[in-house]
Design a binder for this molecule. Structure first.
Ligand code: CUA
Length: 455
């Protein structure tokens, strides 16, 4: 028995660590895109084939007995059946025991592998909240619309929840782990199944698989496996994409990307959502106009004063919020302060997630809502392209100017310096592809909200 266990263990470990090629999808399983998936699938198939086999054996025996012992004529014969058969009993005890021990070891070894991240694993912090994921990288880069990971490197997700139970599930990696408020959970995986960084439609799905409220369905994002150099570039761009967009371009270059996060609850065409629409609603104008004019009722919140039910009681010179911008800013950072009538205190704070420039972008978008499609994308594609080329040129010029005397002025300078050759070449290649900085970010906006709408 011990010999058998040792043998099984050796075998399983060998399989667990071969990290075979990605396996194609079949009837039972989606594509297997992580190194762990082949062994996890093997455990599944072994159990499955044992089931097929015994289903066959039992069914054949059943049919055979039915035929053999069927009633023939009216005469019933009683006979003494066998009461004991040692050989048979030993056999049907030992064989299933061995099978179960084997299954146990496959599961145990797979479990140990999944629960033991390698020490050198690349760590990404994951925060789940109603109803979005936030992925934070070691360099401070943050992403909510997709999880990008480096190919061929073990990756560890350290996960926590800000509110309720969520569960992070990547079917193609065969990985699933609950995300629990008040504690950290983790998972790790490694994937060689690279996606094309330039093709947004090439991705794996990541689901929330614990029902977590109204928009649980919307916690579906993409996982993309990038070659290591592209991954490095991506995290750098991600860390400072907002900073390189000129102020006047923020609302349409950054707004749509930021709005994706708001879109879970706030529509911009006036239709219903878990939060008040930014568009015209209940006979009131769009959000900017109604805040600026103080139109609409409020009904609660930490700064609510009984008897003062109109927004205009709070916004204006000498009042709680001197300007409409101040009110919107507080509503984003401290959403429970003043609640729009008819809506509860549901929105999470964006303190620490959205800086001043992000707030500017969002407010700018609110001020110019008619320039956006209902899915949050910007209507004027030509204007985006013009800004993209302007930003790319400015960047190329900045790199040229700063390259001889190392790292000048800005805090980002050190980050951009090592990257310089790659950026410059991309910028030269022409704007359409140049996924440099900001250009990369808004480039994905026209598609993404459309997907959200169809899910
Ligand atoms: Cu988060 Cu379901």
């Amino acid at each position: 028995m011990i010999l058998l266990c040792t043998l099984l263990e050796g075998l399983s470990l060998a399989v667990a660590e071969t990290g075979a090629e990605p396996t194609p999808a079949n009837f039972w399983m989606p594509e297997g895109a992580s190194k762990q998936s082949s062994f996890i699938d093997l455990s599944f198939y072994v159990i499955n084939w044992i089931n097929y086999f015994f289903f066959g054996v039992v069914t054949l025996a059943l049919v055979w007995f039915v035929l053999k012992y069927r009633q023939r004529g009216k005469k019933v014969v009683f006979s003494e059946g066998p009461v004991h058969n040692t050989t048979l009993e030993v056999t049907w005890t030992i064989i299933p025991t061995l099978l179960l021990v084997g299954i146990f070891f496959m599961g145990f070894i797979g479990y140990l592998d999944v629960r033991t991240p390698p020490k050198e694993a690349y760590q990404i912090n994951v925060t789940a909240q109603q109803w979005a994921w936030e992925f934070e990288y070691p360099n401070g880069a943050k992403s909510t619309s997709e999880l990008v990971i480096p190919a061929g490197k073990p990756v560890q997700l350290v996960m926590r929840s800000k509110d309720v139970l969520h569960s992070l599930y990547i079917p193609d990696f065969r990985m699933k782990q609950d995300v629990v408020p008040g504690r950290y959970t983790y998972m790790w995986f490694e994937s060689d199944a690279e996606n094309d960084p330039d093709d947004e439609s090439d991705f794996y799905w990541l689901f929330c698989t614990e029902y977590c409220g109204d928009s649980h369905w919307n916690m579906n994002v993409h996982v993309r496996v990038f070659p290591e150099d592209r991954f490095e570039d991506w995290t750098k761009e991600q860390a400072r994409w907002l900073d390189v967009i000129p102020e006047q371009d923020l609302y349409y270059m950054a707004g749509p990307k930021l709005y994706k996060r708001c879109a879970t609850c706030h529509t911009i065409d006036g239709s219903d959502g878990s939060g008040p629409s930014w568009g015209p609603r209940n006979g009131l104008p769009g959000i900017w106009e109604r805040v600026a004019k103080g139109e609409g009722d409020v009904s609660g919140g930490t700064r609510f004063i009984a008897g003062k039910n109109k927004l205009s009681d709070y916004i204006g010179p000498g009042k709680l919020y001197e300007t409409p911008e101040a009110y919107i800013r507080e509503s984003i950072y401290n959403p429970g302060a003043l609640l729009v009538a008819g809506y509860g205190n549901q929105m999470p704070t964006f303190q620490g997630q959205l800086n001043d420039r992000g707030i500017d972008a969002v407010i700018g978008m609110m001020k110019n809502l008619d320039e956006f499609n209902p899915d949050g994308s910007f209507k004027d594609q030509a204007k985006i392209e013009e800004a993209q080329s302007r930003i790319a040129e400015a960047k190329a010029a900045a790199i040229e100017a700063s390259s001889p005397p190392a790292a000048a002025s800005t805090p980002q300078a050190p980050a951009s310096a090592p990257q310089a050759p790659a950026d410059a070449s991309q910028a030269d290649a022409g704007t359409p592809q140049a996924p440099v900085d900001a250009t990369q970010a808004p480039a994905d906006t026209p598609q993404a909200p459309a997907e959200a709408a169809t899910e």
